[in-house]
Ligand binder design. Structure first.
Ligand code: ZN
Length: 412
């Protein structure tokens, strides 16, 4: 995903390469690192770092503050001793990534600045509008926000609730989204910003966000599981998602990890999500799997302490969740497993049942030090944060920075 990191050959290229590296380090550090810390981290000469910081500040990409702004959620950076130096931070006119969390029943739009701080701008329920109608609504909101932020917008990231293959929603929950290319629809020539929109699967992006700014930060090989109506996730190596040949890896919910044999809506049989997640919870209490599954699944969890039927359903779904995690750990050998969405809620509500399922399926040699199960710290902002990271991955390169207008050329 990170492009343009190859060797630089001329001094102009070397400078562009170092500017991108420094800005990337400011981004990754969440605007919490001093110039001295960044200089050491990137093994730059002090004079070089000074020139680079001045250049980035002159282009309104950063602003040097005397102390760090509040850290974004989930980000903790150790303080070091010694004489304080300036802290390269987000510039008030600096780059902005717009991010959309598209769900089958609603969408949320947020703006993220360079250092990862996000602000939710719009949230809209779908109501009686069709899926394509909601996409038209998203496009209209994006247009408004683009006008508002002007040239500061360096891209738009969209988290979608469907496996993506070559950019298309191949098995969406809403039939009218079948085979749609969201990036093309929202960034097509009509909208005037082709190439600026990047789409990713919501569970993959939730995992990417945890690896960059949440519980999986700094974990060399991590597995993340995001449970909404289905179960998705991603394997992350060195903070980069392993998304497969066509971008559709991580459909863990559609593996027969709990030994069933019933047909699944996906076309496979015995899928894990029939026993775990929202579908597992609803099936265990005998409720239909249609409609507002997430809301009703959360009601089952909330009632588990007082209603014995809900309590049993939670225990069953929690054990099924654990068994699947154990099987995936056997296959992938991660250092830690992140949990978000309903997976985190089930784990918080029934940790012992999840752990007993987990230990039961782990191979014996793994049981002495099983990878930790870690609940998300980003919560609902996970997919949005991941979508913004897609945008910054493309922007924080020599080519991306080359397109950033000089202050006198800006329209906003
Ligand atoms: Zn399935």
């Amino acid at each position: 995903m990170r492009k343009d990191e190859g060797a630089a050959t001329t001094s102009a290229e070397l400078r562009a390469h170092n500017l991108a590296r420094l800005l990337r380090a400011v981004h990754d550090g969440g605007g919490q690192l001093t110039r001295a810390q960044l200089t050491r981290q990137l093994s730059l000469a002090r004079g070089t770092a000074t020139v680079l910081v001045r250049d980035l500040a002159g282009r309104q990409l950063i602003e040097e503050l005397s102390s760090p702004a509040d850290a974004p959620a989930g980000l903790k950076v150790p303080r070091t001793r010694g004489r304080p130096t300036g802290v390269p931070s987000a510039h008030p006119n600096g780059p902005v990534a717009l991010a959309v969390d598209l769900r089958d029943d609603s969408f949320t739009l947020a703006a993220f600045e360079l250092t990862g701080r996000g602000t939710v701008l719009d949230r809209q329920e779908r109501g009686a509008v069709s899926g394509t109608g909601m996409l038209a609504d998203v496009a209209a909101r994006l247009k408004t926000r683009r006008r508002e932020f002007g040239d500061r917008v360096v891209g738009i990231g969209v988290a979608v609730p469907s496996p993506l293959s070559a950019g298309q929603m191949v098995q969406p929950t809403l039939p009218d989204w079948q085979d749609l290319d969201v990036a093309e629809i929202l960034g097509g020539a009509d909208e005037g910003y082709p190439g600026l929109v990047l789409a990713g699967n919501d569970a993959t992006l939730a995992g990417l966000a945890e690896a960059r700014r949440g519980v999986l930060r700094g974990v060399p090989v991590a597995l993340h599981l995001h449970v909404a109506t289905g179960i998705g996730g991603v394997l992350l190596a060195g903070g980069l998602p392993v998304t497969g040949a066509h971008g559709s890896a991580g459909e863990f919910g559609h593996m027969p990890l709990t030994g069933g044999s019933e047909p699944c809506r996906c076309g496979s049989v015995g899928c894990w999500e029939l026993d775990a997640g929202a579908r597992g919870l609803l099936r265990a209490v005998g409720q239909p799997e249609e409609g507002d599954r997430m809301v009703r699944a959360e009601q089952v969890i909330a009632a588990a302490a007082t209603d014995p039927g809900c309590g049993q359903a939670l225990t069953r779904a929690a054990e099924a969740l654990g068994r699947g995690i154990g099987a995936l750990v056997n296959a992938q050998d991660p250092e830690a497993v992140g949990l978000s969405g309903l997976a985190a809620e089930v784990y918080e509500a029934a940790p012992d049942a999840v752990k007993s399922g987990y230990l039961a399926t782990l191979m014996r040699f793994r049981r002495t030090g099983p990878p930790a199960l870690l609940s998300s710290t980003l919560g609902d902002l996970g997919a949005l944060t991941g979508a913004s990271e897609l945008v910054f991955d493309a922007f924080l390169t020599p080519r991306g920075l080359g397109a950033w207008p000089a202050p006198e050329q800006k329209t906003a």
